[in-house]
Ligand binder design. Sequence first.
Ligand SMILES: [Fe+2]
Length: 137
Amino acid sequence: MKVAWSEALSTGNRAIDNQHKYLIDIINDVADLVENNGTPAQLKKILNLLQYYTEWHFCNEEECMHRLKCPTAEKNKDAHAQFIDTFLAYRAEIDANESTALDVASRMYKTLTSWLVQHIQGIDTELGPVSAEENAR
Ligand SMILES: [Fe+2]
């Protein structure tokens, strides 16, 4: 079962929601690749994109929360750092052994998607109440 963006994942900030939709898209590419028995090279290509986009998005979202004085801004930063650590641990495991890469990618997918859903609903949604002005632009 792949994760799908729905209103249940809306933060109430339009720009951030669009970024989350694309992030979910890339994460789902990992699931597709596992299902289709992709090669380690194909997997690494997606993981590179996932890492770069995640880092860019986190940076953008942290700046957004800071600017809008979002009450969960500090918690968000800590949670993002944790997510990057988790991602990098999986990535190292994948790079270390190509023969188990798809199994690790499958575990990684499950961990990252459940983290993301909980994170968006628990922390990122605090952006909603402070985003009205920005959404109107
Ligand atoms: Fe976040």
